[in-house]
Ligand binder design. Structure first.
Ligand SMILES: [Fe+2]
Length: 271
């Protein structure tokens, strides 16, 4: 594979101090409930099923949550790890490990019982947070340079069960679009293409193995940041799949140091 890092594959690991929260920091559960109780949830559940496990809402998050996420995304710009995979991906990311240290509100939102309960209603599945060593559990993705994009792919589950992706719009000063194709895994239904530009506070929720999708390239002087949360129905993973998943994350997303130092420290704890 022709592969090289655009800047550095090994992520800089700073000992930065946590990003000061906007005061007062929102209560994640209360803020989520303030929105989800206003929705026609029976209708959304039907839409999700009819679109083969996919839903887009242009206005999901409470404004105070969006404001907090925008603040965090801008504050974490120095922590971004950039990667370049020719023909597939170019962009930056901040992994959960950095978020845990520097932007704990995002971790709180990820674990919000109100949020998880609402996603369970939509999907009809019991959802669990991803294991502590999965850097995709929650991550920020940055499209800040011309050509930043990610090509067509699925969010493949390396777990025993299903893997759902929740994509939240944070900053969108860009022409980037989420292009997608529904029903590609279902031979009975014709593929149905779609395309959305996700505004701050907007949501996309889907089963990663079912939705074929991409983010189109950013233009000059553009900036887009999205936040993704990953939930699973069974957090177990066979060892060889864990290895594949870690290699993919190290090369394509977060850098070897981010991915493997977590494993190393876990090994030490266990010893
Ligand atoms: Fe994806």
């Amino acid at each position: 594979m022709n592969l090289h890092a655009e800047d550095d594959v090994i992520a800089p690991v700073s000992s930065g101090t946590p990003v000061a929260a906007l005061t007062p920091a929102p209560d994640a559960d209360r803020a989520v409930a303030s929105r989800t109780r206003t929705f026609d949830n029976a209708r959304l559940r039907k839409d999700f099923a009819a679109q083969d496990a996919f839903l887009y809402l242009d206005d999901f998050l409470a404004p105070e949550v969006t404001a907090q996420l925008v603040h965090s995304a801008r504050s974490l710009l120095d922590e971004v790890n950039r990667n370049y995979l020719p023909g597939h991906k170019q962009g930056g990311s901040v992994s959960r490990h950095t978020i845990d240290r520097l932007a704990p509100f995002i971790a709180e939102l990820y674990r919000s019982k109100e949020l998880i309960g609402w996603l369970e209603q939509l999907s009809g599945d019991q959802l669990q947070v991803s294991p502590a060593d999965d850097p995709h559990a929650y991550a920020l993705y940055y499209y800040t340079r011309p050509g930043d994009h990610i090509g067509w792919h699925y969010d493949t589950s390396y777990y025993e069960g299903r893997r759902y992706t929740l994509l939240l719009g944070v900053i969108d000063e860009s022409s980037c679009r989420l292009d997608y194709e529904l029903h590609t895994r279902n031979p009975e239904v014709p593929d149905q293409p779609g395309s959305v530009q996700i505004p701050p506070g907007g949501l996309v929720f889907f089963d990663g193995d079912k939705l074929r999708h991409r983010i189109t390239p950013a233009g000059p002087n553009e900036m887009r940041v999205s936040l993704t949360f990953e939930y699973v129905t069974d957090p177990n993973m066979r060892p060889w799949r864990r290895f594949l998943s870690n290699m993919k994350d190290a090369i394509a997303y977060f850098g070897f140091r981010q991915v493997f130092r977590q494993m190393a420290s876990r090994g030490k704890d266990a010893a």
